[in-house]
Design a protein around this ligand. Structure first.
Ligand SMILES: C[S@@+](CC[C@H](N)C(=O)[O-])C[C@H]1O[C@@H](n2cnc3c(N)ncnc32)[C@H](O)[C@@H]1O
Length: 228
């Protein structure tokens, strides 16, 4: 955790022109979430781009991140949003109240934590009828993922060109992500499907082009679960 924290403290302070492959899927994720929420939670909020989108449809947003620098940048960029409570916290050890949130979102963060315990914890914190949206990177498996990856690469470059006017991020940013990436480990989509089906039956797990999967789950009214 210390090295993850140090990596993101470093990345938070680098200028990346405000665009990454996760942002590209924000509208998709918003479309999966309730149009109005009393209480929303984002786990691994980074610089707060999605927290601000959540704040536009929620009375209150709790946004957690392990990295103090990420939270510092997020607070700085979100001054006009009085309904976001940014907290420096490790989601694995943070106390999450039970049955509290109408929606819980985590983008490109779950792979930093042990998946199963975190999903149980999130499940507990979600209100009945609430929605969970996990968006994360996956490890390719088989020829189809290889072929998709060959298509994803020029697509990612094109998106960056259109959004930022350059083909790739600045050198410092590339180096920081490359160093961080050495310790990253992702689930394959088959593994993700098996785990989600076991812990969150009925979760819809989908593959997306830019090396990401989404898992959307609606918590039933009465979750009778021996793990809760
Ligand atoms: C790849 S970034 C994604 C940030 C943001 N969600 C986005 O889409 O731009 C992953 C974020 O998760 C945070 N993170 C990693 N492990 C965490 C943990 N155990 N608890 C809370 N945040 C964590 C990191 O500090 C980092 O800001």
């Amino acid at each position: 955790m210390q090295s993850v924290k140090a990596d993101f403290d470093r990345i938070a302070l680098l200028e990346d022109e405000g665009s990454n492959s996760n942002d590209f899927y924000h509208s998709f994720l918003l479309g999966e979430l309730p149009p109005r929420c009393d209480s929303a939670l984002e786990i691994g909020c980074g610089t707060g781009a999605f927290s601000r989108l959540l704040a536009e449809r929620s009375k209150r947003v709790v946004a957690l991140d392990l990295s103090p620098n990420m939270v510092g940048v997020a607070r700085e960029r979100s001054k006009q949003f009085r309904n976001i409570d940014f907290q420096v916290a490790d989601a694995m050890t943070a106390e999450l109240p039970s049955d509290e949130f109408d929606c819980i979102v985590s983008i490109a963060t779950l792979h930093h934590m042990p998946t199963e315990p975190m999903l149980f914890k999130i499940k507990r914190a979600l209100k009945a009828n609430g929605t969970l949206a996990i968006f994360d990177l996956f490890e390719g498996e088989g020829f189809r993922d290889l072929a998709a990856s060959a298509l994803a690469l020029p697509t990612a470059v094109l998106i960056r060109l259109v959004r930022c006017g350059r083909l790739r991020p600045p050198r410092q940013v590339r180096e920081a992500w490359a160093e961080h990436g050495r310790n990253d480990k992702y689930l394959t989509v088959s593994e993700a499907r098996r785990i989600y089906e076991e812990i969150l039956p009925g979760a819809k797990v989908r593959k997306h082009l830019l090396w990401r999967y989404s898992a959307i789950w609606h918590k039933p009214e009465a979750t009778k679960d021996r793990f809760l």
